[in-house]
Design a protein around this ligand. Structure first.
Ligand SMILES: *Cc1c(COP(=O)(O)O)cnc(C)c1O
Length: 409
């Protein structure tokens, strides 16, 4: 008899975005003439930029010639891309990494989910709340999260991020082995200052805590003082793994490419107290379970670092950030409390009069025909908030704001 991994059965059956789709469909069936605008999606909508397209076409042609055909690539990623990453994403910020500390992947979701394989099942974990669901769910699957009690996992330390604490999570009052941080944050769109991030790095050094730092939205940072990488903080290389993704940076949600940084100095302990290099373990893990990202995707990613590529992806990011600006201005003028949206493509809006997230979601759908994401879907501290994304079409965004204006007035 094959026994199932029963930890999977603990996961909630209802997936947030499936629940939303169901409710939107029910509305559409009863209101066939209404045109619904979605500001709920977490996917980009602008097409791939010309520099990347050109690189992909060229890579496809290479695959069709005997002399330039490529089979399996290096598990860790091609040297040309890892060198471009080190040179463009880190050196200008004074961070010196070696290409052997970069692991190219097929997007950050895989690695943020898989990375927890490196540490024992009985480590404690801490997460900011609300949170990208992958971090917790991947720990549930291996049995590390415990059981759900009142919407919270029993073995997870939640660090609430709300308007009351200015979305700056307090350091946990007890020791935690592993902490997930995501900045700029999905879903709140808020950022962390160097001063605040320093506190986390110092906490990790003092407590021998491992930080998993998700920087998927760093390209959206506008304010020059906000850190793009945790390695901008002294000592972080000893305590942190960092995840990057080209999905939001360059519209790669369909192409699939990103990378993970595992510094050579980073270690974790054995029960006996020996220190083990995690870079070596992750390399070993990837060689066994991952056969690399496609050559075409890696050439596509490399093209982002050319002068044309940089300019073109910036234009797309500016497009989304203009949407964010427009949304921020309209909603603030309407008297709503709005967070995020300045260094991230997400706006986190407090529902008026303490209304529940789902109730506000339904009212906005039925009365303004605009879809948002209920904040509580990202964790208990998200109750009383909704998330709006700036990834849509500009005209849709303008129309949605007009509708919300009419509705709330
Ligand atoms: C979108 C997103 C990612 C990136 O996912 P990919 O697998 O690279 O497409 C990672 N982390 C967060 C928080 C995200 O929102």
């Amino acid at each position: 008899m094959a026994l199932v991994n029963e930890h999977f059965l603990k996961l909630p059956n209802n997936y947030l975005f499936a629940d939303i789709a169901k409710k939107v469909n029910a509305f559409k069936v009863s209101h066939p003439k209404a045109s619904v605008i979605s500001l709920g999606i977490g996917d980009v909508t602008r097409p791939i930029c010309p520099a990347v397209l050109e690189a992909m076409h060229k890579a496809v042609d290479e695959m069709g010639e005997k002399a330039t055909f490529r089979g399996y690539g290096p598990e860790q990623g091609y040297q040309f891309l890892r060198e471009a990453i080190v040179k463009n994403d880190f050196l200008p910020r004074g961070i010196h990494l070696d290409p052997s500390e970069i692991f190219v992947n097929d997007g950050a979701k895989s690695d943020t989910g898989n990375i927890q394989e490196l540490v024992r099942w009985d480590n404690s974990i801490g997460v900011t709340d609300p949170i990208y669901p992958v971090y917790i769910d991947s720990n549930v699957m291996i049995g590390r999260a415990g059981v759900v009690e009142d919407g919270k996992w029993s073995n997870v330390v939640y660090m609430p991020c709300t308007a009351e604490n200015n979305f700056t999570p307090a350091l946990p009052d007890k020791r935690v082995d592993i902490i997930y941080l995501c900045y700029p944050n999905n879903p709140t769109g808020e950022v962390i200052t160097k001063e605040e991030l320093k506190k986390w790095v110092n906490y990790a050094i003092k407590n021998d805590t491992l930080i998993f730092y998700d920087a998927a939205y760093e390209a959206y940072i506008q304010d020059p003082d906000i850190p793009h990488s945790i390695y901008e903080i002294k000592g972080a290389r000893k305590v942190a793994i960092e995840f990057h993704s080209y999905s939001k940076t360059a519209g790669f949600t369909g192409i699939r490419c990103g990378y993970t940084v595992v510094p050579k100095e980073l270690t974790a302990a054995t029960l006996k107290g020996d220190r083990i290099e995690l870079n070596h373990l992750w390399y070993r893990r990837q060689c066994t379970k991952f056969n690399g990202t496609s050559y075409i995707s890696q050439r596509a990613a490399e093209a982002i670092y050319t002068p044309e590529g940089k300019e073109q992806i910036k234009a797309t990011i500016d497009y989304y950030m203009n949407n964010a600006k427009l949304m921020y201005r309209t909603l603030t003028e309407l008297g709503l409390e709005v967070y995020g949206g300045k260094n991230a493509p997400y706006l986190w809006v407090k529902t008026p009069n303490g209304m529940g997230s789902w109730k506000f979601f339904e009212q906005m759908l039925y009365e303004a025909h605009v879809v948002c994401t209920p904040g509580v879907g990202f964790g208990p501290a998200g109750e009383g908030y909704i998330r709006l994304t700036a990834f849509g079409d500009k005209d849709d965004c303008i129309e949605a704001m007009e509708r919300i204006k009419k509705w709330l007035k």
